[in-house]
Ligand binder design. Structure first.
Ligand code: SF4
Length: 585
């Protein structure tokens, strides 16, 4: 028999751990009979359909999430036309909470696996296999298998509820890490979350289950030995059990291979001193943290059952950021109860002041099965009927304001999260009443100039920011030009000189002397000792500045004497990827 497990991921670098876990849990003896097919939402539907058809499965199961359900619904219907009689099963959070409704609407679906799927799939697979061997149909007869909603005798039936699995019964998924080269490795050391945020599906299962810590260490060592590029822990709140988190952090710190990066989602206001200390000692780039702030409005936080100690949270993020070795990603959600446009602006400014490497401005998704789904009407929350069920308006935010926030989100992505303007933005901000107001005005500028339609290139964004700064900022043109020049050369060893950069043709001789002469260049660029001057010039860049543009957030008073800055692209900051700079008189 061939049972096909099909996943449609959001991006190529993603993988779907659910289908790998289902296959591995079913056991080695069935390995050859269970096939995995992964696609992305960017593949054409006709390509996916023809590939599914070519694989000639005896049964298929799709892994369903908000980002792929529309595609899977259409695909599965077309598949049922070209392979009549093929049992088509579904599983995943998007189909687990209204399974009967889905079966009523989608007459071609055989059944749905509800909730945690490993044991359910193993039993279902064995049922189908036996039925096929007996010459019967391998349709929807659920037998004694729990956790199913399926068709039986013209009716839709629901079998008993399945108990959560012991985390130690789950298999390790990455014995062949080469299969995941260039893709993110997802790893779970726990399932469930002790918190109850009303918009989140993880709040439904309150009990947290942990994998044995010694097993976790062995598996992490395997990934470290394989030099995996990135291991993303999918634990919902990684530090909810401090002792478990500490064991893992201590382990990866002690066994760091100099390459692998580990990603964790944590609750910052639950961090203790010991955890902060170990994080502060880690190699820059070993760990990155995602911290959901969601809102700084205390009324909002209380209403969504997510009370947080904001002061402790800000202090903690400040400590982590201060270490300069951990990449921090902070999340905000627009569309929550009691958060109007002005209040969201204040939440934005609070989070922005923490200066994360990434600030993700998301929009509320009203997920089936979450408490928010039940309460949406009470808050006047209207959301899209189809996935991703994203907020359109609330009692506190109009649709027009949501549209403005979407534009601001795009500005934050292009100008803040791109990390292209790390020295220009802090100076430009001072011309506005707040950072939120700056991004709001930048969005208006984009709209007036039609840039939202034209999607300016990465390089052209420097020119746009200069034009914006000259029309809305209060500093001198020369300062903005130097800041942008510094920012652009920090990231890129440009071949062609940007239009706003100063003409340095008068310094040619001086620069040539720097590379070929003995003017202390080896002290500055010791890593290039023994290299030809031309090679050194290729790996570095020299720029002249009248302002101390390298001082992020400091005074920008004109210097008495201009300074020379050398950008060294052979040595980049592992966290920010910015070139090393050396300032010379
Ligand atoms: S949002 Fe995070 S902390 Fe809240 S319930 Fe979900 S996983 Fe837990």
């Amino acid at each position: 028999m061939k049972f096909l497990l099909a996943a449609v991921n959001a991006k190529y670098i993603h993988s779907n751990p659910a289908v790998y876990s289902l296959k591995a849990y079913a056991g080695e003896e069935y390995e050859k009979e269970i096939e995995i097919a992964e696609y992305t939402i960017n593949n054409s539907q006709s390509y996916i359909l023809s590939d599914l058809y070519k694989r000639r499965p005896d049964a298929v199961a799709f892994s369903c999430y908000i980002w792929n359900w529309r595609i899977i619904r259409e695909l599965s219907e077309e598949l049922s036309k070209i392979m009549p009689g093929l049992p088509i099963w579904l599983g995943g959070p998007e189909v687990s909470f209204d399974a009967e409704e889905i079966l009523k609407e989608c007459g071609w679906i055989t059944g749905i696996m509800i909730g945690e799927g490993e044991e359910t799939f193993r039993e279902l697979f064995c049922l189908c296999r036996r039925a096929l061997a007996d010459g019967g149909t391998i349709g929807g007869n659920p037998g004694k298998t729990e956790g199913l909603v399926c068709r039986q005798g013209g009716k839709i039936v629901r079998t008993g509820q399945r108990e959560p699995l012991d985390m130690n019964s789950l298999p390790f998924l990455y014995h062949q890490p080469e299969k995941f080269r260039n893709r993110i490795i997802y790893y779970e050391s726990s399932r469930g979350c002790p918190y109850q945020c009303s918009y989140c599906l993880s709040s439904v299962e309150r009990k947290v289950r942990f994998r044995n810590i010694e097993t976790v260490k062995k598996e992490l060592q395997f990934l470290l030995d394989a030099k995996a590029a990135q291991v993303k822990f999918v634990d919902r709140t990684f530090n909810c059990l401090p002792a478990h988190a500490m064991e893992i952090w201590k382990y990866i710190d002690a066994h760091d291979n100099g390459t692998t990066n580990f990603h964790f989602e944590i609750a910052a206001d639950r961090m203790n001193e010991e955890e902060l200390t170990i994080l502060s000692q880690m190699r820059p780039g070993l760990v990155q943290l995602e911290i959901g702030i969601q809102s700084a409005n205390l009324l909002t936080l209380r209403e969504i059952d997510r009370e947080a100690d904001m002061e402790k949270l800000e202090r903690t993020v400040g400590r982590i950021r201060g270490g300069g070795n951990v990449h921090v990603h902070l999340d905000l959600i627009a569309g929550l109860p009691y958060e109007d446009y002005a209040s969201f602006g204040r939440s934005f400014d609070t989070v922005y002041a923490m200066r994360p490497e990434q600030l993700q401005l998301g929009f509320l998704k009203v997920l089936k099965g979450s408490p928010m789904h039940e309460r949406a009407e009470k808050y006047g929350i209207k959301y899209t009927s189809l996935p991703p069920y994203e907020v359109l308006c609330t009692d506190w935010l109009s649709y027009g304001e949501i549209c403005r926030l979407k534009q601001i989100e795009e500005m934050v992505e292009l100008y803040y999260n791109s990390n292209q303007f790390t020295h220009t933005l802090p100076v430009l901000e001072k011309s506005f009443s707040s950072p939120f107001s700056m991004f709001e005005k930048l969005a208006e500028y984009y709209e007036e100039n039609g840039y939202f339609l034209n999607s300016p290139s990465r390089a052209y964004r420097y020119d746009i920011l200069l034009k914006f700064a000259l029309c809305c900022g209060r500093e001198e043109e020369a300062l903005y030009k130097e800041l942008l020049t510094y920012d652009i050369y920090l990231r890129e060893n440009m071949k062609s000189r940007p239009g706003f950069a100063r003409d340095l043709s008068g310094y040619k001789e001086e620069f040539r002397n720097f590379y070929s002469g003995e003017e202390g260049r080896w002290e500055v660029l010791s890593a290039y000792r023994g290299c030809q001057a031309r090679e050194m010039a290729r790996m570095t860049h020299i720029e002249m500045f009248h302002y101390p543009v390298w001082k992020t957030g400091g005074s920008m008073d004109k210097l008495n004497k201009e300074k020379k800055v050398v950008f060294d692209y052979g040595e980049r900051n592992p966290l920010t990827k910015e070139a090393r700079t050396i300032t010379l008189d």
